[in-house]
Design a binder for this molecule. Structure first.
Ligand code: NAD
Length: 403
């Protein structure tokens, strides 16, 4: 018989709830899956089973292991069963009123010492805890999609939640095989804030006529080690989703110019060119290989000698292939990477998280080749300073001034 400390209830059996259920069950936990009704939750379990069957067919998992995992999942709409659960993870639609109302209907059944965690990406964990009247035991457990594949969980603490409870949730995520990055309850947490310049500064380079998208994508991949360049990645994410996150983070952090939405990307959304899902974004995806359709400013900008020199030194510090790139691409590479470094420094300055948590988050949450603080430490000491000095002088003081 499972103990309360290894039974988790998951409210919301959609993309994230199902993924989290699979992660917990794979780690030996029993999972009570709730949704609008038991049939919906059961359909989600059927979906997990189908995905596991495919893994069995491909020889990646034994049939016995798949069966044991699925046997640990139980769909339910009997709230009385919540009394057996030590942890409730909420993963329903991203709407505060709906979350509050649904949680309130469950609370009477939940044991007094059960932990409450929310998987919200953009809502205030503090507000949710307050509104359900359980601030001391409500924290954030922010998984990434798809949860069984993505290694990171951001553990979000609030000023009202007991530290011991946050510690326990971090331990559970670790037991479930995840890398943990602890952070404060702030907009975008770590990843969705620190990653913004990867997209925004790339679009600004395009607007400035510095580079074509395919050339910068190739440089970020082949010379800097990212899995995908910023334009191909935003085409995959969807420009509507990506710009909505930008707007949320930018607005809640008092609209700094660093995080300001970029016209070139917003125009794609206005035109309905959302990326792969509509067939067209920065690239046209209708053929065998993507073809660049979005062109930025037509006049190549005048690059100052100081900027070009700083970018060449910076590129040499990134990699040997980066050292061979043409000057405008080196400037774009420096702008994007220094944008990321600066946002990481501002996030630490704003109390979002410690440097090591930011490095963990960016390495495991978005698979960056290195965490921003670790990466900065690999350059010769004067190179990063000279890069920022040149960017402040010749590109934008408001975007590149460090905290
Ligand atoms: N999709 C992502 O990439 C991602 C990543 C991290 C976090 N999140 C967050 O996870 C949460 C869920 O996102 P998702 O992508 O899984 O959404 P989804 O739309 O795939 O699933 C939501 C599920 O909640 C259920 N639901 C809706 N209202 C309900 C209610 N009142 N009671 C019970 N169940 C209800 C729906 O039936 C559905 O099964 C959101 O807070 C989202 O911000 C999403």
């Amino acid at each position: 018989m499972a103990q309360a400390q290894d039974i988790v209830a998951i409210l919301g059996a959609g993309a994230m709830g199902a993924g989290i259920a699979q992660v917990a069950a794979a780690a030996g936990w029993h999972v009570l899956l709730l949704d609008v009704d038991a049939e919906t939750a059961q359909r989600s379990i059927d979906g997990i089973k189908q995905r596991l069957d495919k893994r069995v067919e491909r020889g990646r998992m034994s049939e016995a292991d798949a069966r044991v995992l699925v046997d640990r999942l139980m769909a339910s709409d009997d709230h009385a069963q919540l009394a057996t659960c030590g942890l409730l993870i909420e993963a329903i639609v991203e709407n505060m009123d709906v979350k509050v109302k649904s949680m309130q209907t469950l609370l009477g059944h939940l044991s007094d010492d059960a932990i409450i965690a929310t998987n919200t990406s953009s809502l205030s964990v503090t507000e949710l805890g307050q509104r359900i009247g359980q601030p001391h035991r409500t924290c954030g457990m922010h998984f990434f999609n798809p949860a069984p594949v993505m290694k990171l969980v951001e553990i979000v603490s609030t000023s009202n939640c007991d530290e011991a409870i946050v510690d326990q949730v971090a331990d559970i995520a670790g037991i479930w095989g995840k890398q943990v990055a602890r952070c404060a309850d702030t907009s975008g947490f770590i990843v969705n804030r620190v990653a913004r310049p990867y997209y925004l500064e790339a679009f600004r380079c395009l607007e400035d006529g510095l580079c074509m998208p395919d050339l910068l994508d190739a440089a970020m991949r082949d010379a800097a080690g990212f899995r995908m360049g910023p334009f191909e990645l935003t085409d995959l994410i969807g420009h509507d989703v990506n710009t909505a996150t930008t707007r949320t983070v930018w607005s809640s952090w008092d609209k700094p110019e660093r995080l300001c939405p970029v016209h070139a990307q917003e125009s794609l959304v206005a035109a309905g060119d959302l990326g792969r899902k509509t067939g067209c974004g920065v690239y046209d995806h209708s053929g065998d290989a993507p073809v660049t359709v979005l062109r930025g400013g037509q006049d190549a900008p005048r690059l100052t000698a100081a900027l070009t020199k700083a970018a060449a030194d910076f590129a040499a510090g990134v990699s040997a292939p980066a050292a061979d790139l043409p000057a405008p691409i080196q400037v774009a590479l420096m702008r994007v990477l220094c944008g990321l470094f600066n946002e990481a420094m501002w996030a630490r300055h704003d109390g979002v998280a410690h440097a090591d948590a930011i490095d963990t988050a960016m390495t495991y949450g978005v698979n960056y080749p290195n965490g921003p603080f670790n990466w900065m430490a690999t350059f010769a000491p004067t190179v990063v300073d000279s890069a920022f000095d040149a960017l402040v002088a010749d590109v934008s003081a408001s975007r590149f001034t460090r905290p």
